[in-house]
Design a protein around this ligand. Structure first.
Ligand SMILES: [Zn+2]
Length: 209
């Protein structure tokens, strides 16, 4: 390779703006050419600098964009469910059905949406598996906390159910709670699975191992 061509490439090589092929040409040339090596060193860098090619940067940007789209869609989706749940709840008469939509739709969707705060910390995690597992735990923990709150708020008398000495009555009361709230339990399980799989996908898009 001609020294003049290599000298033209050296500034690009230093800035990491040349392609991988050009970087290899420069590297190979300076190994056998002291004049060019000296020039490269004079320009403020050692001959060991490895150039970064542009192609992976573009690929990363596209995937970053995809990850942001996924995150935004999920935020809108869960917030939409919360809005629908609150609207339906407002229309429900107080009494037996009070809290039905809050428990069966608003709480599971809120648990999922709030757990997405964890997604902002994806870079803190050692690997994807840990990140997605912690996302699942966060979703479950927030949802369970909200259910405990709802137990007191809607005076479901859950404590009475568990402290009941009469097992038949306790079983009946438990059945009653499950009968009215099974959609919420199903939805919580669905959101936990989604939290694990989608957070894993999100981290994958960001190039997390
Ligand atoms: Zn040369």
């Amino acid at each position: 390779m001609n020294c003049n061509v290599v000298r033209d490439l050296i500034p690009l090589y230093i800035d990491g703006c040349c392609s991988e092929e050009s970087a290899i040409i420069v590297k190979e040339h300076i190994e056998g050419c002291d004049a060019c090596k000296e020039l490269l060193e004079d320009m403020g860098t050692s001959a060991n600098v490895v150039s970064v090619s542009k192609a992976p940067a573009k690929f990363n940007k596209l995937n970053d964009w995809k990850a942001s789209v996924l995150q935004s869609v999920l935020l809108f989706f869960s917030f939409g469910l919360i809005t629908i749940g609150v609207a339906l709840e407002a229309k429900t008469e107080s009494g037996l059905m009070n809290g039905f939509w809050a428990i069966n739709l608003v709480i599971p969707a809120t648990g999922f949406m709030l757990s997405m705060v964890n997604w902002y910390f994806v870079r803190v995690y050692k690997n994807r598996k840990r990140f997605s597992s912690f996302s699942l735990i966060t979703t479950l923990a927030i949802t369970l906390c909200a259910y405990i709150w709802s137990g007191f708020h809607y005076e479901m008398d859950l404590l009475a159910v568990f402290s009941e000495c009469n097992f038949v009555e306790a079983f009946d009361a438990m059945q009653d709670v499950l009968f009215h709230n099974w959609p919420g339990i199903v939805l919580t399980v669905v959101f936990c699975i989604l939290s694990k799989t989608l957070s894993n996908q999100y981290a994958k898009m960001l190039g997390k191992e």
